[in-house]
Design a protein around this ligand. Structure first.
Ligand code: FAD
Ligand code: AMP
Length: 475
């Protein structure tokens, strides 16, 4: 017999589980199918983000930051520690505990909201029928709903001639579970994931080399920010080699030999472990039957319109498996919007104000346009900036590297982009997102009272500096 729902969500990551909860809140009878299994062998909701992405990477970034500060920063505060050591097993167990608390929390939220959870694979058939194959048995169960939300997420990209063996050549999941600090860690790709996970092991003692094919560093960030980031990361000991294309990698005698090509031609370099972090691709394997009718584009993404509708009526898709940035908060907001549209409400997402964050030290965060984009588009703008070294709070914390840069329309003064590198950039960006959502001007930010002493004063001063009236810097 076919079990019927108002909404079936396939995928329980931040796109899918949030969509399911919101649909249930709106009174819709909702099911969520997710196939992920945790380390304990049980269903673990939360997708890539909670299990092998955002959360575990931040847990390790925080642990490794404490260890790094213990060794390098505390002496300046008069705190002297001898014989500091790190127990990798404890660090990884703490990370696992954070992950299971959160994945268990999502299961609790499902119960509280009466979302029916199915642990196994979901496959969309024609006419909004869904075939569910439980992990526990091979028997197939038929489900059906008025609306289906596809939220199948993404998986790491593999590159030719570099085969994952999950021991020496690893992806983001593998590098989150290393049992010891590799003396030499190679990272292919100096993007967000490579930088964050490379930083973790570099702080713990690895010599980390990032091999990046592109000639420029962090090209999607504002150039002033990426230049400063490149300098700071180099000073920290990250060896970032731009214009370096990895051609192949092989494992022999307990190490990974990588063949690369740069301006000097081909050469070889060896590592103890190699992290492949060259990006992610939508995961739609086994998700759609041939007669489901759902279109996939040339980039492997499920085709959707601005409202996340696929070409099949009643079938929606959100998150990493569709167009747009592969970010958890983007996936979740799409999930909420789709649930609300299904329930007959109005919903809309402003992709232009999705914030980006890189959780390195210092953190990098931005929203809106970069200066190079405004130049390319011929938009007349004014720029303001302020260094954290000019804030009392940054200096008191001993964490004052970096700056805030603000770009505003020359005529209307509307904020067009804000770019931050510095302490708590991930939190400071929220105020800038709000300003942009409300089409606020730099003048608005300049006139808002910011508490003293806080890091947010750097945002305030950057806004004042757009109009060349910053107080604590030359204009
Ligand atoms: P996913 O989280 O990938 O979830 C999809 C789920 O669907 C998975 O559980 C999968 O098993 C399941 N599934 C797939 N197909 C089926 C099927 N047929 N049947 C049943 N289940 C299925 N983003 C941020 O915003 N901030 C960060 O700090 C951040 N850090 C990251 C760090 C790392 C190391 C990585 C890898 C990613 C990071 N991301 C971060 C990206 C973020 O994890 C993704 O953008 C987000 O998880 C996408 O959510 P999603 O719901 O679309 O897909
Ligand atoms: P991101 O998309 O932010 O995860 O970053 C992935 C990075 O990996 C990009 O900057 C790519 O240029 C880089 N990359 C992809 N393939 C290779 C390769 N074969 N060698 C070196 N870098 C690569």
């Amino acid at each position: 017999m076919t079990e019927k729902f108002d909404v079936i969500v396939i995928g329980g990551g931040p796109g899918g589980y949030v969509a399911a909860i919101r649909a249930a809140q709106l009174g819709l009878n909702t099911a969520c199918i997710d196939m992920n299994t945790g380390k304990d062998g049980k269903a673990a909701l939360g997708g890539t983000c909670l299990n092998v992405g955002c959360i575990p990477s931040k847990a390790l970034l925080d642990s490794s930051k404490h260890y790094h500060h213990l060794q390098h920063s505390y002496a300046a505060h008069g705190i002297n520690v001898t014989d500091a050591s790190i127990d990798i097993g404890t660090m990884i167990s703490r990370k696992d505990a954070v992950v299971s608390k959160l994945t268990g929390g999502v299961a609790q939220l499902f119960k509280a909201n009466k979302v029916k959870q199915f642990h196994g694979r979901g496959r969309l058939l024609a006419d909004r029928q869904v075939e569910f194959t439980p992990h526990a048995s091979s028997e197939k169960i038929m489900l059906e709903a008025e609306n289906i939300i596809l939220a199948a997420g993404s998986v790491p990209i593999a590159i030719p001639n570099v085969e994952y063996d999950n021991e020496y050549i690893i992806d983001n999941a593998g590098v989150l579970d290393l049992t010891e600090v590799p003396p030499r860690l190679g990272v292919i790709g100096a993007g967000v994931i490579g930088l964050e996970l490379g930083s973790v092991w570099q702080r713990l003692g690895s010599k980390v080399t990032l091999l990046e094919a592109l000639p420029s560093f962090l090209p999607t960030a504002d150039e002033d920010i990426s230049k400063q980031a490149g300098r700071l990361f180099k000073r920290q000991g990250l060896d970032i080699r731009l214009g370096t294309l990895v051609k192949s990698a092989s494992v022999a005698n307990g190490e990974v030999k990588v063949t690369l090509e740069d301006k000097n031609g081909e050469s070889e370099i060896s590592f103890d472990r190699l992290l492949v972090a060259v990006g992610r691709k939508p995961y739609t394997k086994g998700l759609l039957s041939d007669d489901s009718g759902v279109e996939i584009n040339g980039r492997g993404q499920i085709n959707v319109n601005d409202q996340s509708q696929t070409n099949v009526v009643g079938v929606w898709a959100v998150g990493d498996c569709v167009r747009g940035p592969m970010l958890a908060h983007k996936a979740s907001e799409e999930g909420i919007a789709v649930a609300e549209l299904i329930a007959g409400k109005a919903a809309h997402i402003h992709f232009d104000t999705v914030p980006w964050v890189i959780y390195t030290d210092p953190e990098i965060a931005w929203v809106g346009k970069t200066e190079q984009q405004l130049k390319e588009e011929g938009v007349a703008y004014r720029a303001g900036s302020f260094p954290f070294a000019g804030t009392g709070r940054g200096l008191a914390m001993g964490d004052a590297a970096g700056m805030v840069k603000m770009l505003a329309d020359e005529d209307t003064d509307e904020v067009l982009g804000v770019h931050i590198i510095g302490p708590s950039a991930s939190e400071l960006i929220a105020e800038c997102v709000v300003t942009m959502e409300f089409h606020g001007a730099s003048e608005d930010l300049a006139r808002i009272v910011h508490a003293h002493p806080t890091l947010s004063e750097a945002v305030h001063e950057a806004a004042l500096h757009v109009d060349k009236r910053a107080i604590h810097r030359g204009n």
